[in-house]
Design a protein around this ligand. Structure first.
Ligand code: SAM
Length: 239
């Protein structure tokens, strides 16, 4: 019996997943959610289905969050698109993601900071932190199977404290809702860096914040609209 990566590979090769994914991305472009050609290409080249458990793969190209176990979700494609556009990712950047989940969002970021068609010496790197050990292991497997193992490092830890070992970062993205912006993440952001993070109460919607740090360390905040995320846990999250 085929399992794991083999089934995902066959599903994708069947062409069914590919056509559905292209249609979904085209819809996000038409809605104006995706607008930068390189972000469109990155989203097109990393179909979500490759990072999903077998039983929900047929929903890969449906624009909704999906359950991945432990009360957690893989974000909806429109939300990952909004965050990736807001991050203004460039080749060579070092990125911290808090909340690896399935590993899919990290892979889409990697297509922008370390694409295979530029020399390895120009690659950036993605560090993604996941607090749930089993999810961190699954994300690692998904990332290896999808061919990103050389450009993404998965860490099983409390990412609300950031990942000081590799700081500072050009970009930080938090994929779970925080009660407020964790100070360690602000400290680990480079000058001229950008952070995207949902902030607010967990019972309701939160605000997607885009923060930039200037050369003097001053932080500027912009509100990018209402969102609904699972809670950030850990020391600087909801506990
Ligand atoms: N980016 C993920 C993907 O591509 O599948 C989806 C992220 S999911 C919406 C949020 C993730 O954040 C969950 O996997 C959850 O376990 C993780 N998380 C919550 N609090 C965390 C923390 N303090 N440190 C690291 N990960 C955390």
């Amino acid at each position: 019996m085929l399992k794991g990566a083999s089934v995902q590979y066959l599903f994708w090769c069947s062409g069914l997943g590919k056509a559905e994914w292209e249609k979904l991305i085209d819809g996000l472009v038409k809605q104006g959610i995706l607008y930068s050609p390189k972000v469109v290409n990155a989203m097109l080249s990393v179909p979500r289905v490759k990072f999903l458990p077998e039983d929900i793969q047929s929903y890969g190209a449906v624009d909704t969050p999906l359950q991945i176990g432990f009360g957690q979700t893989v974000s909806a494609p429109h939300m990952v698109s909004i965050m990736n556009e807001a991050l203004q990712l460039e080749v060579g950047q070092k990125v911290l993601e808090v909340g690896a989940g399935s590993g899919w969002h990290a892979a889409t970021i990697t297509e922008l900071v370390a694409p295979k068609d530029v020399p390895r010496s120009e690659w950036g790197h993605v560090y993604t932190v996941e607090i749930v050990q089993v999810l961190a292991e699954t994300a690692r497997k998904n990332i290896m199977n999808a061919g990103y193992g050389d450009r993404i490092t998965i860490i099983n830890a409390d990412g609300s404290k950031g990942y000081p070992e590799k700081a500072p970062y050009d970009r930080i993205v938090v994929t779970a809702a925080a009660p407020e912006v964790p100070q360690p993440l602000l400290d680990q952001l480079k000058a001229n860096g950008v952070m995207v993070i949902p902030v607010g109460e967990i019972s309701l919607f939160q605000t997607l914040m885009r923060l930039t740090k200037d050369e003097a360390g001053k932080i500027r905040q912009e509100n990018r609209g209402e969102v609904a995320f699972v809670p950030l846990t850990g020391k600087y999250g909801f506990g």
